[in-house]
Write a protein that binds this ligand. Structure first.
Ligand SMILES: C[S@@+](CC[C@H](N)C(=O)[O-])C[C@H]1O[C@@H](n2cnc3c(N)ncnc32)[C@H](O)[C@@H]1O
Length: 358
């Protein structure tokens, strides 16, 4: 075990903040979860909407085209997929965009991916000269930019804090031989003042703070402010304030107890639930507009997923229809992804009437 932990760069008998621990567990080159396996799909550890159904991606394509229209059909329209996973979403986007020649001429697609392994998988799946893989946004020089990510934000490590008698303590892990011990250290004054600046986090005695996620969003917002555009995020998350930890480890669609994490390190995904009101407050502080946070069900249904399903079922046999109904149920049902997943769009365009949110 000691040897294994060394490969991740962990140092034993020292406190490591939760976000630093997660960064290594998930993204350490070669051994981190996202760098050593393909987690998605039926035989993977979890399924995501684009790997469940092409309908999800088609509807997102329709939303993107409608957004280009709202932006008054600019000649150059940049799209950046954040964390494209196995490339399923962009593959269908490209196919759908081809049916809309005027839009297809304007669109430039960029993929922003951290994992070298997933980048390889994406390149295999979507070999197209329409696509560029980027490490930063510097090469996108003109035209509005729309960023979008499905389950991107919840894959970025978070910090956790406990607040006791007005004192802020940062949660850490202490690695002792084969065990992961939860412990705390005094929070930094920078982190404390950041947390205190958000109304959404007031009155909580346990806070999950997406510090690294906000670093990513700041880079995006800088680009949006310079060139105009927006960011659409779809994630598993909540709206009612939640005063506790949501971090969870998942392997083969089953939860793993956090105290058993070390046995599964590198083989288990670790995510948290996104606090959507915090995201909204963050975007609005940066002068972006947010109309509404809606559920995945609301977004997909408002954008016409049912109507689209009715059209394509005309050419399906009985079994195909049955399969499609099942996947639709998964995407839309209240107890499934329909309500658990939320959608937010933040932008700096003069009008705030983008489709899918009312
Ligand atoms: C949970 S997966 C979602 C994949 C895909 N969007 C889907 O819905 O199937 C998270 C994705 O975000 C990527 N990712 C996480 N943090 C990132 C970062 N800071 N920069 C770029 N990609 C990142 C992961 O490598 C992975 O591709």
């Amino acid at each position: 075990m000691k040897h294994k932990l060394k490969k991740f760069g962990f140092i034993l008998n020292r406190k490591i903040p939760v976000d630093k621990f997660l960064e290594k567990a998930l993204y350490e080159p070669k051994v981190g979860y996202y760098n050593n396996r393909i987690p998605f799909g039926k035989n993977g550890d979890f399924v995501t909407s684009p790997t469940i159904s092409n309908l999800f991606s088609e509807i997102l394509a329709v939303w993107i085209i409608s957004t280009w229209e709202k932006f008054e059909k600019p000649d150059t329209f940049n799209l950046v997929e954040l964390g494209p996973g196995d490339g399923s979403l962009t593959k269908i986007l490209i196919q759908t965009f081809r049916k809309f020649p005027e839009f297809n001429k304007s669109v430039k697609i960029f993929l922003y991916e951290k994992s070298n392994l997933l980048k390889k998988i994406q390149k295999k799946k979507i070999a197209s000269d329409q696509i560029n893989w980027i490490k930063n946004y510097n090469s996108i020089k003109k035209g509005p930019i729309v960023f979008f990510g499905n389950e991107f934000f919840d894959a970025i490590p978070i910090k956790q804090f406990a607040i006791k008698n007005k004192k802020f303590l940062e949660k850490c892990y202490f690695l002792k031989r084969n065990t992961l011990i939860e412990t705390y250290k005094r929070a930094s004054s920078i982190d404390i003042s950041k947390i205190k600046s958000f109304n959404t986090l007031k009155k909580q005695n346990f806070v999950e703070f997406p510090k690294l996620g906000f670093v990513e969003l700041n880079k995006i917002i800088k680009k949006i402010s310079a060139q105009s555009g927006g960011i659409l995020l779809i994630d598993y998350g909540y709206l009612k304030s939640f005063n506790g930890a949501t971090l969870q480890a998942v392997r083969k669609n089953k939860k793993i107890k956090m105290d058993n994490l070390l046995n599964h390190i590198g083989k288990v995904d670790i995510t948290y639930l996104v606090n959507f009101n915090l995201l909204k407050e963050f975007f609005e502080k940066k002068n972006l507009k947010v109309k509404n946070i809606v559920t995945q069900k609301f977004f997909l249904e408002t954008m016409g997923i049912i109507e689209r399903a009715k059209i394509i079922e005309k050419n399906m046999n009985k079994q195909q229809k049955k399969d499609m109904l099942l996947t639709l149920k998964r995407l839309l049902h209240e107890n499934s992804m329909g309500e658990l997943f939320k959608v937010i769009f933040a932008h700096n365009y003069k009008n705030n009437n983008f489709l899918g949110f009312e």
